[in-house]
Design a protein around this ligand. Structure first.
Ligand SMILES: Nc1ncnc2c1ncn2[C@@H]1O[C@H](COP(=O)(O)OP(=O)(O)O)[C@@H](O)[C@H]1O
Ligand SMILES: [Mg+2]
Length: 264
């Protein structure tokens, strides 16, 4: 009798443990889904803003052209005015480019296209340019070969942004004196390699193998989700059949994205 109730208790405990595990799995999935939904919602919002802004921006541009023409017809020549007009023109172009870049980044269209890795990197840098500049973080792009890749550009860009942001955050949080992010693009045999290296001091040994786990973060709750590297690894390894790894070097870490050379 005692033995039986002991067994039942034990079974109960095991069931409860299993239930908890399953529930945790569910809530992890929910959180990831929530994160993904948030990105999708953001993409939709930007799509709307882009749509609403396109018209006024092009109106501003045509007004500038009209003013320019009229001044020419009147034989009015003034360097300052002409410079200002050019400035308006290039600023409106800049605004519409920015909104397109953000829109592309959040779009989950899942369409493969052919693109240069260098251009994808440049677009990613452009998105975080403001905060890099604010924190005096220098970014150097080193290109050994111009690699053309056929795949999901916005997903790859999302990964690059996670890596750039992580480096930036480590550099800023640790108040590194001359903060630098070096990016390398090269081809080695049948692989393309994108390396993103910083001089932020690296990651201590005891947590190195945890960084790709979901919800692992060393940042304050309001700052880190611990999902960046986990999702990035999933994107690179599951939807691109590549690899994402971290190596340490003297001054910091290098994250390496390895992709199979695929051409259209
Ligand atoms: N470049 C880096 N330098 C130092 N530590 C890093 C770097 N990149 C990632 N980490 C560590 O890995 C952890 C997990 O990163 P991530 O998955 O992007 O989540 P989060 O940025 O939200 O914390 C970070 O909290 C940080 O401790
Ligand atoms: Mg992160």
């Amino acid at each position: 009798m005692i033995y039986r109730s002991f067994r039942i208790n034990k079974l109960n405990q095991e069931m409860q443990y299993k239930l908890k595990e399953e529930l945790k799995k569910f809530s992890d999935k929910d959180k990831i889904l929530f994160h993904k939904n948030k990105l999708d919602a953001m993409g939709e919002m930007l799509e709307n803003i882009a749509h609403q802004w396109r018209q006024p921006l092009s109106q501003i541009n045509s007004s500038v052209l009209l003013i320019d023409d009229t001044l020419h017809e009147m034989n009015f020549r003034n360097i300052d005015v002409e410079e200002r007009l050019l400035e308006i023109e290039s600023l409106t172009k800049y605004l519409s480019n920015t909104i397109n870049d953000f829109k592309d980044f959040f779009a989950h269209d899942k369409i493969k296209n052919s693109f240069l890795l260098r251009e994808m990197i440049e677009k990613s840098i452009y998105i975080v340019k403001g905060s890099l500049k604010k924190n005096n973080v220098e970014v150097i792009v080193n290109i050994e070969q111009d690699c053309r890749y056929y795949g999901y550009e916005s997903e790859l860009q999302q990964v690059v942004l996670v890596l750039l942001n992580n480096s930036k955050e480590a550099l800023v949080n640790r108040s590194i004196k001359d903060p630098i992010i070096n990016i390398y693009i090269k081809q080695e045999d049948e692989f393309y390699k994108i390396k993103i290296c910083d001089n932020a001091g690296g990651i201590i040994k005891s947590i190195r193998e945890k960084i790709f786990e979901p919800y692992f973060t060393t940042k304050h709750k309001s700052k880190g989700t611990g999902l960046g590297l986990y999702m990035s690894k999933k994107i690179i390894e599951e939807s691109m059949d590549g690899e994402l790894n971290m190596n340490t070097h003297k001054l910091g870490v290098c994250f390496e994205i390895k992709l199979k050379v695929v051409n259209e």
